[in-house]
Design a protein around this ligand. Sequence first.
Ligand SMILES: Cc1ncc(COP(=O)(O)O)c(C=O)c1O
Length: 381
Amino acid sequence: MGFATDAIHIGQEPDPATGAVIVPIYQTSTFVQEELGKHKGYEYARTSNPTRAALERNLAALERGRFAFAFASGMAAINAVMTLFKAGDHVAAGRNLYGGTFRLFERVLKDFGLTFSYADTRQLEEVERALRPETRLLFVETPTNPIMEITDLAAVAKLAHRHGILLAVDNTFMSPFFQQPLELGADIVVHSTTKYLNGHSDGVGGAVILKDARLAERLKFIQNAAGAVLGPFDSWLILRGVKTLAVRMRQHNANGMAVAQHLERHPKVRKVYYPGLSSHPQRDLARKQMSGFGGMLSFETGSLENARAVLKSVRLCSLAESLGGVETLISHPATMTHASVPAEERKQLGITDGLVRISVGIEDVEDIMADLDQALDQIPN
Ligand SMILES: Cc1ncc(COP(=O)(O)O)c(C=O)c1O
């Protein structure tokens, strides 16, 4: 079946108990047992819950994996992946990760003996140079947030496997509708489901998807043992969101491209970062491994004052962290999502004080462009 059909149906068969078309919210902490050791597959809701299980089956199918595990947030999902490893293990990661991921690595996991180094994962030689004998994982985000740099997933998967290393990819920005890292050779996919998978900005969640049964068994053990599971209501919200993922992503993509082109022509905008633009240095690679360019873009206003003027003046676009919802959100990476990245590193990454990020929603695109135009007019000539 096609992607949209899978999104609507997999894991979501009519409820066997009642025939309900929609998977119920099994808001229960425990499940009665007929006699010792005899139950219907569920014992205690941290270990497994039918609503969460439905979501996990659905996400496994959409990412073309075999197993999925839903967590209380994207960070909880990433943290669970990292606990597959042990003190002394080394992780090579992209140099331009989501700020919260960088913070988890540097300010939490380092204290437990994991070591990290960072590379520009666009450059295979740089990735190879970052590897050590004790490297166990390569962790990549593509496109990166907010500069939209693209890593060649098939190439880094090959490189990682040649060195006996696992490849994990944070696929939050693209969603499985536009990019399927497991098909390109990755071993592990992580998501902040808070973003496109949910799509309606009304729940925080995360997921890990993989193919390998042994890794999956260990991750299931960790999910239950550490317990950062996604609750049934949040699981249900994501299931509901995922049903429209295909139509939403098509519209995010169309609006994203239109806004990117519009901003690129705007005299007050110095540069636009969007992988669908011909000015993007990696557009061909983006075309090769993604089936669309998505709704995320950033643009350079030239200074903190200019960025502040734009962000203060928008009316339709909401000034807020996060992304991937139906509504357009606008943010300032240097002081919001990437505030935990040291200023010097931000500078090296191109995350200037004048950079503004937009998660282009699915409103009428003319309204989004008109709002940005009137906000850009506030920048002095
Ligand atoms: C790319 C990416 N990965 C992970 C996360 C963390 O997800 P959460 O906020 O659901 O914990 C985010 C959050 O913004 C993100 O943008």
